[in-house]
Design a protein around this ligand. Structure first.
Ligand code: FAD
Length: 336
Protein backbone atom coordinates (compact mmCIF):
# COMPACT_ATOMS: atom_id res chain seq x y z
CA UNK A 1 0.00 0.00 0.00
CA UNK A 2 1.32 3.45 -0.94
CA UNK A 3 -0.13 6.55 0.77
CA UNK A 4 0.86 10.13 -0.02
CA UNK A 5 3.63 8.85 -2.30
CA UNK A 6 5.36 6.90 0.48
CA UNK A 7 5.50 3.19 1.16
CA UNK A 8 4.62 1.93 4.63
CA UNK A 9 8.23 1.22 5.44
CA UNK A 10 9.10 4.69 4.12
CA UNK A 11 6.61 6.27 6.51
CA UNK A 12 8.01 4.26 9.43
CA UNK A 13 11.53 5.32 8.48
CA UNK A 14 10.56 9.00 8.26
CA UNK A 15 8.76 8.89 11.60
CA UNK A 16 11.70 7.12 13.18
CA UNK A 17 14.26 9.51 11.70
CA UNK A 18 12.29 12.57 12.76
CA UNK A 19 12.36 11.40 16.34
CA UNK A 20 16.02 10.55 16.32
CA UNK A 21 17.34 13.75 14.74
CA UNK A 22 19.25 15.91 17.21
CA UNK A 23 17.24 18.96 18.36
CA UNK A 24 19.23 21.58 16.37
CA UNK A 25 18.23 19.91 13.10
CA UNK A 26 14.58 19.62 14.05
CA UNK A 27 14.19 23.24 15.05
CA UNK A 28 14.90 26.45 13.27
CA UNK A 29 15.92 28.24 16.47
CA UNK A 30 19.58 27.83 17.33
CA UNK A 31 20.29 25.80 20.46
CA UNK A 32 20.72 28.02 23.49
CA UNK A 33 24.21 27.13 24.58
CA UNK A 34 26.42 25.90 21.82
CA UNK A 35 30.06 26.10 22.73
CA UNK A 36 32.61 25.11 20.10
CA UNK A 37 35.12 23.96 22.69
CA UNK A 38 34.41 21.77 25.73
CA UNK A 39 33.05 23.83 28.64
CA UNK A 40 35.66 24.78 31.25
CA UNK A 41 35.55 22.59 34.32
CA UNK A 42 33.69 24.22 37.21
CA UNK A 43 35.65 25.33 40.26
CA UNK A 44 34.89 23.38 43.44
CA UNK A 45 31.94 24.84 45.40
CA UNK A 46 32.86 27.25 48.20
CA UNK A 47 32.62 25.84 51.72
CA UNK A 48 29.13 26.21 53.18
CA UNK A 49 29.20 29.02 55.75
CA UNK A 50 26.28 27.53 57.69
CA UNK A 51 27.78 24.13 58.38
CA UNK A 52 31.21 22.77 59.28
CA UNK A 53 32.98 20.96 56.41
CA UNK A 54 31.68 17.43 55.97
CA UNK A 55 33.23 14.44 54.17
CA UNK A 56 30.14 14.39 51.87
CA UNK A 57 31.21 14.31 48.18
CA UNK A 58 28.37 16.58 47.01
CA UNK A 59 27.86 20.30 47.62
CA UNK A 60 25.17 21.10 50.21
CA UNK A 61 21.71 20.30 48.86
CA UNK A 62 18.81 22.62 49.74
CA UNK A 63 15.30 21.59 48.69
CA UNK A 64 11.99 23.46 48.84
CA UNK A 65 9.50 22.34 51.50
CA UNK A 66 6.24 24.16 50.89
CA UNK A 67 3.29 21.75 50.89
CA UNK A 68 1.41 20.80 54.04
CA UNK A 69 -0.64 17.61 54.58
CA UNK A 70 -4.14 19.12 54.67
CA UNK A 71 -6.13 22.13 55.72
CA UNK A 72 -6.83 20.34 59.00
CA UNK A 73 -3.20 19.54 59.72
CA UNK A 74 -1.05 22.10 61.52
CA UNK A 75 0.89 24.25 59.00
CA UNK A 76 4.51 24.89 59.86
CA UNK A 77 4.44 27.98 62.04
CA UNK A 78 7.49 29.94 63.01
CA UNK A 79 7.88 32.78 65.42
CA UNK A 80 10.86 34.54 66.81
CA UNK A 81 11.63 33.06 70.18
CA UNK A 82 12.92 36.03 72.17
CA UNK A 83 13.84 34.13 75.32
CA UNK A 84 16.34 32.08 73.34
CA UNK A 85 17.22 35.15 71.25
CA UNK A 86 17.81 35.42 67.52
CA UNK A 87 16.02 32.26 66.42
CA UNK A 88 12.70 31.19 64.94
CA UNK A 89 10.96 28.36 66.74
CA UNK A 90 9.16 26.23 64.11
CA UNK A 91 6.60 23.45 64.57
CA UNK A 92 4.37 21.73 62.01
CA UNK A 93 4.41 19.27 59.13
CA UNK A 94 5.47 19.17 55.48
CA UNK A 95 4.32 16.49 53.07
CA UNK A 96 5.44 15.13 49.67
CA UNK A 97 8.80 16.87 49.94
CA UNK A 98 10.99 15.53 47.13
CA UNK A 99 14.41 14.35 48.22
CA UNK A 100 13.90 15.37 51.87
CA UNK A 101 15.91 12.38 53.08
CA UNK A 102 19.02 13.44 51.15
CA UNK A 103 18.71 17.19 51.72
CA UNK A 104 21.25 19.06 53.84
CA UNK A 105 18.90 22.04 54.07
CA UNK A 106 15.22 22.70 53.53
CA UNK A 107 13.84 25.96 52.18
CA UNK A 108 10.92 25.95 54.58
CA UNK A 109 7.81 28.00 53.90
CA UNK A 110 6.48 28.90 57.34
CA UNK A 111 3.62 31.00 58.64
CA UNK A 112 4.91 34.05 60.43
CA UNK A 113 1.67 36.01 60.08
CA UNK A 114 -1.76 36.03 58.43
CA UNK A 115 -2.62 35.93 54.73
CA UNK A 116 -0.26 35.88 51.75
CA UNK A 117 1.99 38.45 53.45
CA UNK A 118 2.39 36.10 56.41
CA UNK A 119 4.61 33.51 54.74
CA UNK A 120 8.38 33.55 55.19
CA UNK A 121 11.15 31.33 53.89
CA UNK A 122 13.65 29.88 56.35
CA UNK A 123 16.71 27.80 55.58
CA UNK A 124 16.53 24.85 57.94
CA UNK A 125 19.44 22.52 58.59
CA UNK A 126 18.02 19.00 58.37
CA UNK A 127 20.33 17.85 61.17
CA UNK A 128 18.78 20.34 63.62
CA UNK A 129 17.16 18.76 66.72
CA UNK A 130 13.37 18.36 66.30
CA UNK A 131 13.33 17.59 62.55
CA UNK A 132 12.13 14.11 61.61
CA UNK A 133 12.12 13.01 57.96
CA UNK A 134 10.47 9.82 56.80
CA UNK A 135 10.33 8.42 53.30
CA UNK A 136 6.89 7.68 51.86
CA UNK A 137 6.01 4.71 49.67
CA UNK A 138 4.75 5.98 46.30
CA UNK A 139 3.02 4.75 43.16
CA UNK A 140 6.14 5.43 41.09
CA UNK A 141 8.93 3.59 42.93
CA UNK A 142 11.53 5.44 44.89
CA UNK A 143 13.73 7.65 42.73
CA UNK A 144 11.95 10.90 43.71
CA UNK A 145 12.44 10.22 47.41
CA UNK A 146 9.08 11.61 48.50
CA UNK A 147 9.15 12.41 52.22
CA UNK A 148 7.03 13.48 55.18
CA UNK A 149 8.67 15.98 57.50
CA UNK A 150 7.73 16.75 61.07
CA UNK A 151 9.11 19.81 62.84
CA UNK A 152 8.84 19.93 66.60
CA UNK A 153 10.07 23.15 68.18
CA UNK A 154 12.96 23.43 65.75
CA UNK A 155 15.16 26.46 66.38
CA UNK A 156 16.27 28.14 63.17
CA UNK A 157 18.74 31.03 63.50
CA UNK A 158 17.32 34.42 62.55
CA UNK A 159 20.05 34.91 59.95
CA UNK A 160 18.64 31.90 58.05
CA UNK A 161 15.61 33.99 57.05
CA UNK A 162 15.68 34.15 53.24
CA UNK A 163 15.05 37.69 52.02
CA UNK A 164 12.48 39.63 54.03
CA UNK A 165 10.04 38.31 56.59
CA UNK A 166 6.55 38.02 55.05
CA UNK A 167 7.83 38.11 51.45
CA UNK A 168 8.02 34.32 51.08
CA UNK A 169 4.86 34.00 48.99
CA UNK A 170 6.30 36.27 46.27
CA UNK A 171 9.59 34.39 46.24
CA UNK A 172 7.67 31.13 45.85
CA UNK A 173 5.61 32.46 42.95
CA UNK A 174 8.76 33.44 41.06
CA UNK A 175 10.43 30.11 41.73
CA UNK A 176 7.35 28.23 40.49
CA UNK A 177 7.75 29.59 36.94
CA UNK A 178 11.19 28.14 36.58
CA UNK A 179 10.18 24.87 38.27
CA UNK A 180 7.26 24.49 35.85
CA UNK A 181 9.48 24.99 32.81
CA UNK A 182 11.97 22.42 34.12
CA UNK A 183 9.19 19.90 34.86
CA UNK A 184 7.79 20.46 31.39
CA UNK A 185 11.13 19.79 29.73
CA UNK A 186 11.64 16.50 31.60
CA UNK A 187 8.00 15.52 31.01
CA UNK A 188 8.49 16.09 27.29
CA UNK A 189 11.40 13.65 27.39
CA UNK A 190 9.23 11.06 29.17
CA UNK A 191 6.52 11.48 26.54
CA UNK A 192 9.05 11.11 23.73
CA UNK A 193 10.39 7.97 25.38
CA UNK A 194 6.87 6.48 25.37
CA UNK A 195 6.68 7.20 21.67
CA UNK A 196 10.11 5.79 20.74
CA UNK A 197 9.57 2.66 22.84
CA UNK A 198 6.20 2.10 21.12
CA UNK A 199 7.66 2.75 17.68
CA UNK A 200 10.48 0.25 18.13
CA UNK A 201 8.21 -2.41 19.61
CA UNK A 202 5.60 -1.95 16.87
CA UNK A 203 8.22 -2.74 14.25
CA UNK A 204 9.24 -5.98 16.04
CA UNK A 205 6.01 -7.43 17.34
CA UNK A 206 3.92 -9.34 14.80
CA UNK A 207 0.15 -9.88 14.98
CA UNK A 208 -2.12 -11.30 12.30
CA UNK A 209 0.99 -12.19 10.28
CA UNK A 210 2.55 -8.70 10.11
CA UNK A 211 4.34 -6.20 12.35
CA UNK A 212 2.11 -3.99 14.48
CA UNK A 213 3.49 -0.96 12.59
CA UNK A 214 1.79 -2.24 9.47
CA UNK A 215 -1.64 -1.93 11.04
CA UNK A 216 -3.07 1.45 10.17
CA UNK A 217 -4.59 2.00 13.61
CA UNK A 218 -1.17 1.52 15.25
CA UNK A 219 0.49 3.96 12.83
CA UNK A 220 -2.21 6.46 13.71
CA UNK A 221 -1.32 6.08 17.40
CA UNK A 222 2.36 6.63 16.64
CA UNK A 223 1.66 9.71 14.57
CA UNK A 224 -0.67 11.20 17.20
CA UNK A 225 1.97 10.69 19.91
CA UNK A 226 4.71 12.23 17.78
CA UNK A 227 2.51 15.18 16.77
CA UNK A 228 1.88 16.06 20.40
CA UNK A 229 5.46 15.50 21.54
CA UNK A 230 6.85 17.73 18.77
CA UNK A 231 4.36 20.48 19.59
CA UNK A 232 5.31 20.30 23.28
CA UNK A 233 9.01 20.37 22.43
CA UNK A 234 8.53 23.57 20.42
CA UNK A 235 6.42 25.10 23.19
CA UNK A 236 9.23 24.38 25.67
CA UNK A 237 11.72 26.06 23.35
CA UNK A 238 9.48 29.10 23.00
CA UNK A 239 9.18 29.65 26.74
CA UNK A 240 12.90 28.96 27.24
CA UNK A 241 13.63 31.50 24.50
CA UNK A 242 11.51 34.11 26.29
CA UNK A 243 13.58 33.53 29.44
CA UNK A 244 16.77 33.78 27.45
CA UNK A 245 15.55 36.97 25.80
CA UNK A 246 15.05 38.55 29.22
CA UNK A 247 11.25 38.54 29.54
CA UNK A 248 10.68 39.09 33.28
CA UNK A 249 9.25 36.32 35.43
CA UNK A 250 6.26 38.51 36.24
CA UNK A 251 5.13 38.17 32.61
CA UNK A 252 5.73 34.44 32.31
CA UNK A 253 3.31 33.12 34.93
CA UNK A 254 0.53 32.10 32.51
CA UNK A 255 2.97 30.81 29.92
CA UNK A 256 4.71 28.52 32.39
CA UNK A 257 1.39 27.38 33.90
CA UNK A 258 -0.12 26.46 30.53
CA UNK A 259 3.13 24.88 29.38
CA UNK A 260 3.21 22.53 32.36
CA UNK A 261 -0.42 21.50 31.79
CA UNK A 262 0.35 20.87 28.12
CA UNK A 263 3.31 18.73 29.17
CA UNK A 264 1.46 16.51 31.65
CA UNK A 265 -1.48 16.03 29.28
CA UNK A 266 0.86 15.10 26.43
CA UNK A 267 2.69 12.65 28.67
CA UNK A 268 -0.55 11.17 29.95
CA UNK A 269 -1.72 10.65 26.37
CA UNK A 270 1.56 9.09 25.25
CA UNK A 271 1.81 6.81 28.29
CA UNK A 272 -1.69 5.54 27.59
CA UNK A 273 -1.19 5.05 23.86
CA UNK A 274 2.24 3.47 24.24
CA UNK A 275 0.75 1.03 26.76
CA UNK A 276 -1.94 0.11 24.25
CA UNK A 277 0.72 -0.56 21.61
CA UNK A 278 2.57 -2.85 24.04
CA UNK A 279 -0.60 -4.62 25.14
CA UNK A 280 -0.04 -7.05 28.01
CA UNK A 281 3.70 -6.36 27.90
CA UNK A 282 2.98 -2.90 29.36
CA UNK A 283 1.53 -4.13 32.65
CA UNK A 284 4.44 -6.26 33.84
CA UNK A 285 7.67 -4.98 35.34
CA UNK A 286 9.86 -7.09 33.09
CA UNK A 287 10.37 -7.71 29.40
CA UNK A 288 10.07 -5.27 26.49
CA UNK A 289 7.27 -3.17 28.02
CA UNK A 290 8.94 -2.49 31.38
CA UNK A 291 10.01 1.06 30.48
CA UNK A 292 6.48 2.02 29.45
CA UNK A 293 5.04 0.29 32.52
CA UNK A 294 7.33 2.44 34.69
CA UNK A 295 6.54 5.63 32.76
CA UNK A 296 2.79 5.03 33.08
CA UNK A 297 3.16 5.14 36.87
CA UNK A 298 5.06 8.42 36.58
CA UNK A 299 2.23 10.41 34.97
CA UNK A 300 0.56 11.73 38.12
CA UNK A 301 3.97 12.66 39.55
CA UNK A 302 4.23 15.19 36.70
CA UNK A 303 0.60 16.32 36.68
CA UNK A 304 0.31 17.15 40.40
CA UNK A 305 3.55 18.62 41.85
CA UNK A 306 4.66 22.13 40.92
CA UNK A 307 1.00 23.12 40.55
CA UNK A 308 -1.73 20.66 39.62
CA UNK A 309 -3.51 20.97 36.28
CA UNK A 310 -6.71 22.47 37.73
CA UNK A 311 -4.84 25.13 39.70
CA UNK A 312 -2.62 26.08 36.76
CA UNK A 313 -5.48 26.36 34.26
CA UNK A 314 -7.38 28.47 36.74
CA UNK A 315 -4.33 30.70 37.26
CA UNK A 316 -3.95 31.29 33.52
CA UNK A 317 -7.65 32.04 33.07
CA UNK A 318 -7.69 34.43 36.03
CA UNK A 319 -4.70 36.33 34.65
CA UNK A 320 -6.33 36.57 31.21
CA UNK A 321 -9.55 37.87 32.75
CA UNK A 322 -7.64 40.40 34.86
CA UNK A 323 -5.82 41.78 31.83
CA UNK A 324 -9.06 41.87 29.83
CA UNK A 325 -10.64 43.94 32.60
CA UNK A 326 -7.67 46.33 32.46
CA UNK A 327 -7.59 46.62 28.66
CA UNK A 328 -10.92 45.44 27.18
CA UNK A 329 -9.98 46.44 23.62
CA UNK A 330 -6.95 44.14 23.65
CA UNK A 331 -8.89 41.19 25.09
CA UNK A 332 -9.52 39.60 21.70
CA UNK A 333 -5.79 39.58 21.01
CA UNK A 334 -4.86 38.10 24.38
CA UNK A 335 -2.45 35.19 24.22
CA UNK A 336 -3.07 34.55 27.96
C1 FAD B 1 5.54 13.39 43.56
C2 FAD B 1 5.30 14.66 44.28
C3 FAD B 1 6.38 15.47 44.64
C4 FAD B 1 6.17 16.66 45.33
N1 FAD B 1 7.26 17.41 45.72
C5 FAD B 1 7.06 18.51 46.50
C6 FAD B 1 8.19 19.25 47.01
O1 FAD B 1 9.35 18.92 46.76
N2 FAD B 1 7.95 20.33 47.78
C7 FAD B 1 6.69 20.73 48.09
O2 FAD B 1 6.54 21.72 48.77
N3 FAD B 1 5.60 20.05 47.63
C8 FAD B 1 5.76 18.96 46.84
N4 FAD B 1 4.67 18.24 46.37
C9 FAD B 1 3.31 18.68 46.75
C10 FAD B 1 2.52 19.24 45.56
O3 FAD B 1 2.96 20.53 45.24
C11 FAD B 1 1.02 19.20 45.94
O4 FAD B 1 0.66 17.83 46.02
C12 FAD B 1 0.17 19.92 44.92
O5 FAD B 1 0.39 21.30 44.99
C13 FAD B 1 -1.31 19.66 45.13
O6 FAD B 1 -1.66 19.89 46.46
P1 FAD B 1 -2.43 18.77 47.30
O7 FAD B 1 -1.82 17.45 47.01
O8 FAD B 1 -2.50 19.24 48.69
O9 FAD B 1 -3.90 18.71 46.65
P2 FAD B 1 -5.16 19.53 47.15
O10 FAD B 1 -4.81 20.96 47.29
O11 FAD B 1 -5.76 18.81 48.29
O12 FAD B 1 -6.12 19.37 45.89
C14 FAD B 1 -6.67 18.11 45.53
C15 FAD B 1 -7.16 18.17 44.08
O13 FAD B 1 -8.16 19.17 43.94
C16 FAD B 1 -7.79 20.10 42.95
N5 FAD B 1 -8.13 21.45 43.44
C17 FAD B 1 -7.72 22.04 44.58
N6 FAD B 1 -8.24 23.28 44.67
C18 FAD B 1 -8.98 23.48 43.55
C19 FAD B 1 -9.75 24.56 43.05
N7 FAD B 1 -9.82 25.73 43.69
N8 FAD B 1 -10.39 24.42 41.86
C20 FAD B 1 -10.29 23.26 41.18
N9 FAD B 1 -9.59 22.19 41.60
C21 FAD B 1 -8.92 22.30 42.77
C22 FAD B 1 -6.29 19.98 42.79
O14 FAD B 1 -5.92 20.28 41.46
C23 FAD B 1 -6.03 18.54 43.12
O15 FAD B 1 -6.16 17.77 41.94
C24 FAD B 1 4.85 17.07 45.66
C25 FAD B 1 3.76 16.26 45.28
C26 FAD B 1 3.97 15.07 44.60
C27 FAD B 1 2.78 14.22 44.21
Amino acid sequence: MVKFGLTKSGIAKLVSEASLLPPPLRHSLPPFSVSPSPPPSLPPPPPCPLRPPSPSPHPPLALPAVSTPSAAAPPARGRLAPPRGGAYRVSGQKKWITGGHVADFLTLAVRTGAGSKGISLLLADTSAPGIEIRKMETQFDTCHGTTFITLDNVLIPEENLIGKEGAGFNYLLLNFNHERLVISVSTCRFARLCYTEALRYSMRRKTFGKPLSEHQMIRWKLAEMLRQVEALHDYNERVAFQYKAGVPDSRLGSQCALLKVQASKTFEYCAREASQVFGGASVVREGPGRVVERLYREVRAQAIPGGSEEILLDLAARQAIASAVKAPAAAGKSRL
